[in-house]
Design a protein around this ligand. Structure first.
Ligand code: G3P
Length: 217
């Protein structure tokens, strides 16, 4: 399973990229706003921080305007992945860009039928937002299960990029369902590694090692 970091905070990306556990980055207009940075500048900086795909989202809604924005964004790095919304115009843009060999991430997916269309449009990634479905009382993971079934039925190459991840259980459930990628806030990546019994065991080891009076180097 690939782990992407869902943020435009370059300090966080650099710190987590140094762990070797990060396979890419996703951003969206809200995360860019939160960063307080110039969009093109921060995406260019992020693209240099990781060799993995960096999703940069268009903000236009028409086909022609989205294509114009995609042309600008593609120039920011060889690993730029163009993010388009799951609308008919977004899917049209996805098809055109995919036919040119551009990596496309179709975002704001909330139904299996939408995901089916994205695969037919040649999307490299589909981003179903599980947290936002949970927020309104639906089970976001049921969507992941449905998409996995459909994609396997037709051997679609589109990768399921589980998005709107709120906590480690989302990552666990996504992994058990066979999703290809989970994109998550830096705090969730860090929480994956944490367990209180690991901390407790490490403290005990340190205390007992100290009592030996020995050193390794
Ligand atoms: O960036 C895409 C997605 O992960 C954002 O989800 O619900 O945290 O805004 P959310």
């Amino acid at each position: 399973m690939k782990f992407f970091v869902d943020t435009a905070d370059t300090a966080e990306i650099a710190a987590l990229a140094a762990t070797g556990l990060v396979d890419g980055v996703t951003t969206n207009p809200s995360l860019i706003h939160k960063s307080g940075r110039n969009f093109l500048e921060v995406i260019k900086e992020i693209a240099a921080l990781t060799p993995g795909p960096v999703s940069a989202e268009v903000v236009a809604l028409s086909v022609d305007e989205m294509l114009r924005e995609a042309d600008v964004l593609r120039k920011l790095g060889d690993n730029i992945c163009i993010k388009v919304p799951l609308t008919l115009d977004g899917l049209t843009v996805c098809r055109r860009l995919a036919d040119e060999g551009v990596t496309v991430n179709v975002t704001l997916c909330f139904s299996a039928n939408q995901a089916l269309l994205a695969a037919k449009a040649g999307a490299a990634f589909i981003s179903p937002f599980v947290g936002r479905l949970d927020d309104i009382g639906f089970d976001g993971m049921t969507l992941i299960e449905d998409i996995r079934t459909i994609y396997d039925n037709y051997d679609f190459g589109t990768e399921i990029l589980v998005a709107s991840v709120r906590h480690p259980v989302h990552v666990l459930q996504a992994a058990k369902l066979g999703a290809d990628v989970a994109t998550m806030p830096p705090s969730v990546i860090r929480a994956l590694a944490h367990h209180p019994l690991t901390d407790k065991g490490l403290a005990t080891f340190a205390e007992d090692w100290l009592k030996t009076g020995q050193s390794i180097v």
